[in-house]
Write a protein that binds this ligand. Structure first.
Ligand code: GTP
Ligand code: MG
Length: 591
């Protein structure tokens, strides 16, 4: 699998991002005629090249203009590092600052800064810009990143940029394969003859051609299929960096040709994932850092846009444990999404104020299924907290909520120790209360049944739980002894508790024929007697014959004959009974 490292450009409008990308890669990232004519990037562009080491690098080129910040936000979500561009002609500018903050908010902490336009600006301005940028970055997540001076048109300094990128990636682990692929779609289109194609950055795992996937649609498409949060599709073909591949790995720019889904049902902001791996998250708790220069505290009032993956979502905010978060502060928030998304703790997002059109801050998701009310929520990344708040959670569900696969505590459950102890205590109490006959397993719920095996000194016999070693009141039961002593004139269960009668029947020691009870052995005995009788009288025997043969009354003969008919030992033909299917060829067979 070829590994490709992924960068995004960042920097103020017109500072030379696209020109640098083209100078490095030989590929023009501005895809639209309007962009080329105006010299202005509007939407994301993509280009790739090979470093001197042979390492392949793909670059997502973003627009610098404030009007297209939504497109920038769709592009920086899943990249490993930034190519941070500042023009020597202008130096640090507002979107230099805003982009740097956004890179921090989405968790990007590596990159190379490039001062462009060195030829036009002259060495003095270029050196000043270099000092200024080094200083600004020093207080950010890109602190210590190399700051290099180039002129993309004169092609000076480009080799040093390539060398710095080689150095960066040599010292950074490649994006890891967690077996949980997620492709945030940034473009979708139709290719004649092939159908729907979606492109995006693949993270967390690999996707391969022929595989089944789910396309989690942003609101637009959800309206068409409101019952399900995703649509099934099959990958017909995979492309990575413009070439067909069998399989694309994490971190790669990937195009998927999809079957079973319409182009109209896909678009930017969607996610392509494997079926069943994700919790449909509609609401999450997160840590939010508010920008120091934000003009107002963040509170539940206000119209906010959250940028998650490649999508923009209008969200509602609630503040956890406070009324507001002041500029420059960090706090906890509960965020309600307009639609379900496949999210995990650790995912980053950028929050913008829709009214003021400014970036409010950035956040990290802590909990994709908050269960506690706002007043009691204490969100964190802790997996133990997720277990503790639920007491019991299935291994699979926990993995969907956290990305972490824990080994089960009992059966398929992960349990909070106090919750498990409480369940065990409850079982022990119920068993005690049930008395000598034991506790019916059927009254236990799923969790109690799972915990049962871990409660010491219990015995499970015939669907009942009793203390280990407790005498079985049904052994040597006097009524059973009486039934056995008079097999064909069985005594009624006078004075025997109903529960004991039912337990004896369930255990198979006693047979209940519409309220007439026989010892099980009595039935076996009748079967062999009737078999013998029918062997000498194949034409059949009457009820009266049976009655006399067993030395019983008509009432019991009727009941016994009914059992034989019911079990297939005999078949009734008018007044007589002949051998049934289980007695055919004269053999009393089966059980
Ligand atoms: N001489 C010289 N011109 C440059 C250099 N970098 C950019 N330019 C010119 O500056 C103009 C803007 O460059 P772009 O690469 O489009 O800038 P951008 O950062 O991609 O702009 P947006 O994507 O709209 O934010 C173009 O006319 C480029 O030719 C450079 O290093 N030297
Ligand atoms: Mg550009």
């Amino acid at each position: 699998l070829l590994t490709v490292r992924l960068l995004a450009t960042a920097g103020h409008v017109d500072h030379g991002k696209s020109t640098l990308v083209e100078a490095l890669t030989g590929m023009q990232p501005d895809r639209f005629r309007e962009e080329r004519e105006r010299g202005l990037t509007i939407d994301l562009g993509f280009a790739w090249f090979e470093l001197p080491s042979g390492q392949r690098v793909a670059i997502v080129d973003v627009p610098g203009h404030i009007r297209f910040i939504k497109n920038l936000l769709a592009g920086v979500g899943a990249v490993e590092g930034a190519l941070f561009v500042v023009s020597a002609l202008e130096g640090w500018m507002p979107q230099s600052e805003e982009h740097l903050r956004i890179l921090e908010y989405v968790g990007i902490d590596a990159g190379v800064a490039v001062i462009t336009n060195a030829g036009r600006a002259g060495a003095g301005l270029a050196a000043l810009a270099q000092i200024e940028v080094t200083d600004r970055l020093a207080r950010s997540s890109l602190a210590g990143a190399p700051v290099l001076v180039v002129d993309s048109v004169d092609r000076t300094g480009l080799a040093a940029v390539a060398a710095a990128l080689d150095d960066l990636f040599r010292h950074r682990p490649a994006p890891s394969d967690l077996g949980r692929p997620r492709l945030w779609v940034d473009r979708s289109f139709t290719v004649r003859g092939s159908g729907t194609v979606v492109t995006g950055t693949l993270i967390g795992g690999a996707l391969e051609s022929g595989g089944d996937v789910e396309v989690v649609a942003a609101e637009r498409a959800r309206r068409a299929a409101p019952s399900s949060w995703s649509r099934a599709a099959t990958i017909r073909a995979v492309h990575a960096l413009g070439e067909p591949v069998e399989r694309a790995g994490p971190g790669s720019r990937t195009a998927l040709n999809l079957r079973r889904i319409e182009r109209a049902d896909t678009g930017r902001g969607d996610a392509v994932v494997l079926p069943g791996q994700w919790h449909p998250c509609r609401r999450f708790d997160a840590a939010l850092t508010v920008a120091p220069d934000h003009p107002a505290p963040v509170s539940r009032r206000g119209a906010y846009l959250a940028y998650l993956g490649s999508g923009e979502h209008a969200v509602r905010l609630e503040i956890i444990g406070a009324r507001r978060i002041e500029p420059g502060e960090r706090g906890s928030v509960r965020v309600a999404l307009p639609t379900e998304l496949p999210l995990l703790p650790g995912d980053r997002f950028v929050l913008r104020d829709a009214g003021r059109n400014v970036t409010v801050g950035g956040g990290e998701i802590l909990d994709v299924e908050p269960v506690l009310p706002l007043s009691r929520a204490r969100p964190s990344r802790s997996v133990d907290r997720i277990v503790e708040e639920r007491g019991w959670i299935r291994v699979d569900a926990l993995e969907r909520l956290t990305g972490e696969r824990r080994s089960p505590t009992v059966a398929e459950w992960v349990c909070d120790p106090p919750a498990l102890a409480a369940t065990r205590r409850r079982i022990a109490e119920s068993v005690d209360a049930a008395g000598a006959l034991g506790l019916d397993l059927a009254v236990l719920d799923e969790r109690e049944r799972a915990a049962l095996a871990t409660v010491p000194d219990l015995a499970i016999i015939d669907g009942r739980v009793r203390p280990l070693g407790a005498a079985d009141p049904l052994d040597d039961h006097p009524w059973l002894a009486a039934l056995r002593a008079a097999p064909f004139q069985p005594p009624e269960p006078a004075g025997v508790p109903r529960a004991e009668v039912a337990a004896l029947v369930r255990r198979g020691a006693v047979v209940d024929v519409d309220g007439v009870y026989f010892a099980a052995e009595a039935i076996d005995d009748v079967v062999s007697r009737v078999a013998a009788a029918l062997a000498s009288e194949p034409a059949g025997i009457t009820l009266a014959t049976l009655r006399d043969h067993l030395g019983t009354s008509r009432k019991y003969a009727v009941a016994l004959a009914a059992v034989l008919d019911q079990r297939g030992f005999t078949v009734r033909r008018g007044d007589v009974r002949i051998a049934g299917p289980r007695l055919s060829r004269g053999k009393p067979g089966g059980s």
